[in-house]
Design a protein around this ligand. Structure first.
Ligand SMILES: Cc1ncc(COP(=O)(O)O)c(C=O)c1O
Length: 369
């Protein structure tokens, strides 16, 4: 068995010759950032690909969360999930907002809509759900609750690039959605991200906010931040967009093989595709039932690591366990039993477009024993 390191992910990289051609163009133009040609082209191309009317590019996937909260003037308390990457909740902290954690639905890993209403107080102004692993939240139920209580909804869609439900982009749900184009994501611009909105007026305001709040040469309309995507990353993004469908299909095939091999392994479960959903196969989480499997999650994780197979315990620990948040009333273990169970049993298996048959074989055999 080959002992070559198998990483949990591998970045989708543009063809170097093509990228060089674009770099030459940038060098010739000497326009390297601030809404250049490639930036404009990428926004347009992404709107078409993602089937959304307006998008604003950012330098990463954290700043659009922070900016969306600022743009919508969210204050007080926001209902969110502990089962996510820490940036979700950090965006609230950066806006001086108190996170209120609600438990997840064990079937999807997403916030459980049935538990949202009980967490609403007079200070609640918004809900910030996450489409975990790219699995769509129950956006209809969440919107019904938001409408009933007059709340905004900002989706952290960092994992949900290209995900559709019944032919509609998941990014159309809520008031705004954010994306991450980090190197580890299905679609990457090395570092990068975006905010998806529904109207031109909001797009204009977001464009001000990601450029220090400048509305024109002499007017600053808000304490904005600097989070503009530069021309080099925009060009890289344009090239990667051409190959992202093939990369998603390659990931799909990896998922098919994992599912085939693992469906009969006692004590190992995984998530199936959801009806009507176009998935992006961004992650392949498995869940270890130590009693039935005869080995704990950590034992399996370290056994894989010893054999140079890097899984990832994603999301472990829960956000609510980190020092910044663990003192919050909603962060108790009793309030979040499903999230704790999932965090304690999950391993995301290696998942990317270049995983080959031998590597998949090795990973499967390590789990099957
Ligand atoms: C759910 C979630 N939200 C937000 C982010 C932040 O994105 P970025 O790393 O691009 O800032 C990530 C990135 O890993 C994420 O997984």
């Amino acid at each position: 068995m080959s002992n070559k390191l198998i990483t949990v992910t591998s970045p989708l990289l543009p063809d170097l010759v093509d990228f060089n051609e674009m770099l030459k163009e940038i060098w010739n133009s000497k326009w390297i950032t601030n809404n250049g040609t490639f930036h404009q082209q990428l926004e347009k191309a992404l709107c078409e690909y993602l089937k959304v009317p307006f998008i604003s590019l950012f330098t990463n996937g954290t700043l659009p969360l922070i900016t969306a909260l600022q743009a919508l003037r969210i204050t007080g308390e926001v209902i969110t999930t502990p089962y996510s990457f820490v940036a979700t909740t950090h965006s609230l902290w950066w806006n001086g907002i108190k996170p209120v954690f609600v438990d997840i639905d064990p079937a999807t890993g997403n916030i459980d809509p049935d538990k949202i209403e009980a967490a609403i107080t007079p200070k609640t102004t918004a809900i910030m759900p996450v489409h975990v692993y790219g699995k769509p939240c129950d956006t209809k139920r969440i919107q019904e609750i938001a409408d009933k209580y007059g709340l905004k909804v900002i989706y952290d869609a960092a994992h949900a690039f290209g995900v559709e439900v019944n032919g509609e982009s998941i990014l159309k749900a809520g008031d705004m959605s954010t994306l991450s184009f980090h190197a580890t994501k299905v679609y990457n611009t090395i570092e990068g991200g975006a905010l998806v909105m529904h109207d031109e007026k909001t797009k204009k305001r977001i464009d001000y906010l990601k450029n220090f709040g400048f509305a024109n040469e002499v007017e600053v309309v808000a304490p904005g931040i600097n989070s503009k995507m530069d021309e080099i990353r925009s060009a890289y993004g344009l090239l990667n967009l051409k190959q992202v469908d093939a990369a998603i299909e390659a990931r799909h095939q990896v998922a098919v093989q994992y599912r085939e091999a693992l469906s009969s392994v006692e004590g190992i479960t995984f998530m199936d595709d959801m009806p009507g959903v176009k998935h992006n196969y961004s992650y392949f989480p498995i869940f270890v039932d130590a009693e039935k499997y005869g080995m704990t999650r950590d034992e399996l994780y370290f056994k894989m690591k010893e054999q140079n197979v890097l899984g990832r315990r994603y999301f472990y620990p829960l956000i609510s366990e980190f020092s910044t948040y663990r003192g919050l009333p909603s962060a108790t273990k009793e309030n979040l039993p499903n999230a704790h169970k999932m965090a304690d049993s999950v391993i995301c298996l290696p998942m990317h477009h270049e995983l080959n048959i031998n590597e998949i074989e090795k990973i499967k055999n390590l789990i099957i024993k």
